[in-house]
Design a protein around this ligand. Structure first.
Ligand code: ARG
Ligand code: ZN
Length: 867
């Protein structure tokens, strides 16, 4: 018999907790398979109703319950629904003591307390704490925590938790203990514990007001030298938050621990961040520029959460974007200030489009503030995070940087120490800015679907007047009663000499609106939605030549980049239809020439040039197709790259060879841009017929002195199906097999290989000793990449790609439902794939949904795909 559909949780049914925990003292007797947890809480009633005390608890062995020091037996432990219900508890405040046992080693969900290799660690957001002990496990229950950790001193010399250490000592039987106290009230999702024989590096930071903060980064022994970039990033983050937002760190110690087994990127636990090792460990030899960049941004992200997330947290999980959208916006601004602002903006918009736009058009589309969920872990999405950040960015665009800062100050003044809602954030922004009216702006929070924006213009020669008409509309999957958005649209008018004749932020509020510009002496070219001021899909009345003009002249670097994307996308979509109709392919000569101009332009920097050489990805093109033709899309992309490369091979080769990498290895934007440009040039060149450039790629691979070049060249060799491919893969493996983070890259480049051997190769790689399906990074590197980014092979006409991923999802669902459910996203194109593919995919989706004991995580996603 199939399990019932999981219960739907609704925002509209929010009720305050019936009981609140004021303090909790925890004692852990750590043991890999039998950890005893003793919890002593002060609890008080928070309702006048005659309600029992219901605690959450999952996979816990209950040992004893005491109230006010006396054994208590009037309870029901329901392991089906994961609750412990205590009846007839005292009316006033009382102490509740609970003892329970857990098995960290058997816990492969990586939620609650578990072991990553030999290290004990925790992940409690959103609902992991209930796997540690019985608790009112929700963010609006904020308590003061102390923790005593008792463990074997040899095996676990380092014992960490939140706050400050207040006592330590040796105990009998080779054991020792450390006691930690966190002075700040917090929800249980920010609780953390770590124990192990860890390596570490230490540093200090002096805050603006002169307090010294100890900084400590922990990792597996032997990896200490790979923690320095993370430490530098942490210090930069601390300084940046002081400078930009006036926010100082509030404890005497800030710790980061890197672990290999982790479901997500990282976690902002108070004073004790726990990180996926991929976002901490890096050195020149083993990490790419992308890794270094990502580490700086994630270290920043978690650090910034200390104020936006920890000091002010969420009332309930429907408010997730309150902390995540805001903190992503903050980390994006940090990255922009530390690196190149225009590159950062382009990269984040590309990321938004690749993942969030796709999500928002598909079966799991949801607003940044959803109204319902089955499993909250499924809502740590590109929408809540990245679209949420765009919504915050629009607030800053509407209020200006200073007005936004005043709003942030007001937010902390009003809500520090509280668990609040997105409305409270908006309220602070408004009252700090002359009661700015956000009534209509709030539509961004409750409506799903990427809005469409159309721009047309009319020039009135006689009156020297330009009228710009902006029209907004909703995509097909938006709510039936969707209301128009209040959107800031940054616009520039460009004269024939390429200079701006006007530039301003327009506020569009109605479905369609005219904006008049006076004293415009000749017909300008319009540049609309500069800097991607609103997260919309824009169409314009600009001609092909107008776009080429923007490509050459727009003072807004985002729109200069964008113009090339618009042109390429239009051409490629037409070519895909041609390919589908089996017509010969031909690439527009004007575009080929314009592309060459960008390559030859000596006034643009390397990073921007490298970005401009990137043509729209397969995923972006798929989004525009009513019926998705995977092989045709891939073939067109290859054709376009090959045509561009063949036409411009001389200049590409010149770009490649003129950048000399002999000097010292640097991580500044210039050096990173140069490496990127070299790889992009090599990648295009490798598409040219013949062996010449493939040999060049193999040489680049062999002579690489850093991972950016080494993995970049390896992936070029694989994509071009070069005869050097096997040799390169083998030597890379031999060199790096003991470094799991590098092996993850090696798996990924093979998982996305476009030729038919990818499938058999994946089956073989799963058996390799470097692979371990209990480590999410490895699963994502292999199967996740295959399902998400190898669309041609995943959608193989035989259906074997679907079967493989469905099989693995079901196997993994028994171990780690979060990882299983994320693999399901590969199936999200279901309603738009050709009929013969649907006939292969449908039975796999049915098989999954009919499986006994399926997790809520997978059920929720697959049922939405099938709906
Ligand atoms: N709050 C973390 C971050 O964004 C993410 C934690 C998500 N964890 C999860 N199991 N869904 O930094
Ligand atoms: Zn976050």
């Amino acid at each position: 018999m199939k399990t019932d559909a999981p219960k739907v949780i609704k925002l509209s049914e929010y009720k305050q907790p019936d009981y609140l925990v004021e303090t909790i003292d925890l004692t852990f007797h750590l043991d890999s398979t039998k950890t005893l947890v003793q919890s002593k809480m002060t609890v008080s009633k928070n309702t006048t109703d005659a309600a029992p005390l219901v605690l959450n608890g999952e996979e816990l062995i209950l040992k004893s319950v005491k109230i006010n020091g006396e054994a208590f037996t009037d309870y029901k432990h329901d392991e089906e629904v994961h609750t412990l219900t205590l009846n007839r508890v005292p009316a006033g405040s009382f102490t509740l003591e609970i003892e329970n046992e857990i098995n960290p080693e058997a816990n492969k969900t990586l939620d609650g307390l578990y072991k990553s290799g030999t290290i004990f660690c925790t992940q409690n957001e959103p609902e992991g704490f209930r796997r540690i002990t019985f608790y009112v496990d929700r963010p609006d229950n904020m308590a003061k925590f102390t923790t005593k950790i008792i463990a074997d001193k040899k095996l676990y010399p380092i014992l960490l938790s939140n706050g400050n250490p207040i006592a330590k000592g040796d105990l009998d039987g080779g054991k020792h203990f450390v006691t930690w106290e966190d002075p700040f009230k917090k929800p249980s999702y920010l609780y953390a514990l770590v124990a192990g024989d860890l390596g570490f590096i230490k540093d200090t930071y002096k805050t603006t007001s002169g307090r010294n903060v100890a900084l400590e980064i922990y990792c597996d022994k032997g990896n200490e030298d790979k923690c320095h970039h993370a430490m530098e990033s942490l210090k930069k983050s601390m300084k940046w938050d002081e400078d930009r937002f006036g926010l100082e760190y509030d404890l005497d110690i800030y710790m980061i621990v890197a672990v290999d087994a982790f479901n997500m990127g990282a976690m902002e636990n108070k004073g004790l961040n726990i990180f996926n090792s991929a976002y901490v460990l890096a050195d020149q030899k083993s990490a790419t520029d992308g890794n270094f960049y990502g580490i700086e941004s994630v270290i920043g992200h978690e650090y910034f959460h200390n104020w936006t997330g920890n000091r002010i947290t969420c009332r309930d999980w429907f408010q997730l974007t309150l902390k995540e959208g805001l903190t992503v916006f903050r980390d994006q601004e940090f990255s922009a200030d530390m690196n190149s602002r225009s590159v950062e903006r382009i990269q984040s918009v590309l990321g938004l489009r690749a993942s969030q736009f796709a999500e928002d058009a598909g079966p799991t589309s949801h607003p940044i503030k959803p109204a319902t969920y089955m499993e909250i872990n499924n809502f740590y999405t590109a929408t809540i995070y990245e679209k949420g950040a765009e919504v915050i960015r629009m607030i800053q665009t509407l209020l200006g940087v200073d007005g936004f800062r005043r709003g942030m100050d007001k937010y902390f003044e009003l809500f520090d120490g509280q668990a609040v809602r997105t409305e409270d954030f908006i309220h602070a922004m408004s009252v700090a800015n002359d009661n700015f009216d956000f009534t209509q702006f709030k539509n961004w929070y409750g409506q799903n679907g990427t809005p469409l924006l159309k721009s047309t213009s009319k020039y009135d020669e006689a009156n020297k007047r330009l009228t710009l008409t902006l029209t907004q509309s909703f995509p097909a999957n938006a709510p039936k009663d969707a209301k128009p958005y209040h959107m800031p649209v940054r616009v520039g008018l460009i004269g024939a000499d390429g200079k701006d004749v006007a530039s301003k932020v327009l506020e569009l509020k109605t479905p369609t609106q005219d904006f008049v510009f006076e004293n415009i002496s000749s017909k300008p070219i319009t540049s609309v939605n500069r800097d991607f001021s609103a997260p919309v899909k824009l169409t314009t009345d600009l001609s092909f030549d107008d776009q080429l003009f923007l490509m050459a002249h727009d003072s807004d670097s985002f729109n200069r980049f964008e113009a090339a994307q618009v042109v390429a996308q239009k051409l490629m979509l037409d070519l895909i239809q041609d390919a589908h109709a089996k017509k010969p392919l031909e690439l527009n000569a004007k575009y080929v020439a314009a592309f060459g101009k960008v390559l030859a332009d000596t006034t643009i920097d390397e990073a921007f040039k490298a970005l401009s050489m990137t043509i729209p990805s397969e995923g972006i093109l798929h989004q525009e197709l009513a019926e998705i033709y995977y092989p045709e899309t891939e073939a067109v992309r290859d054709f376009v790259m090959k045509t561009l490369a063949t036409a411009h091979q001389d200049i590409l080769l010149k770009l490649f060879t003129s950048i000399d990498q002999k000097g010292e290895y640097k991580l500044d934007p210039k050096a990173m841009g140069q490496r990127d440009l070299k790889i992009k040039a090599l990648n295009l060149l490798s598409m040219v017929d013949g062996d010449k450039y493939k040999t060049l790629a193999f040489d680049h691979f062999k002579s690489a002195t850093n991972m950016t070049d080494e993995i970049g060249a390896l992936s070029v060799l694989i994509n071009s199906n070069s005869s050097f491919k096997a040799e390169a893969l083998k030597s890379f493996y031999t060199k790096w097999k003991s470094e799991t983070l590098v092996m993850q890259k090696w798996l990924s480049v093979q998982a996305v290989a476009s030729d038919d051997s990818a499938y058999d190769n994946i089956l073989a790689l799963e058996k390799d000793s470097i692979y371990d399906r209990t480590i999410p990074n490895l699963v994502r590197a292999l199967l996740g990449q295959f399902a998400a980014n190898n669309k041609v092979q995943f959608n193989h006409p035989s259906g074997r790609g679907y079967k493989l991923v469905a099989d693995r999802m079901l196997e993994l669902d028994k171990l780690n439902p979060q990882v299983a459910s994320r693999l399901a996203s590969g199936f999200k194109d279901y309603s738009r794939i050709p009929k013969d593919l649907q006939a292969k995919m449908k039975p796999e989706l049915d098989r999954i949904i009919k499986t006994d004991g399926l997790s809520k995580n997978v059920y929720e996603i697959v049922s939405k795909i099938l709906a």
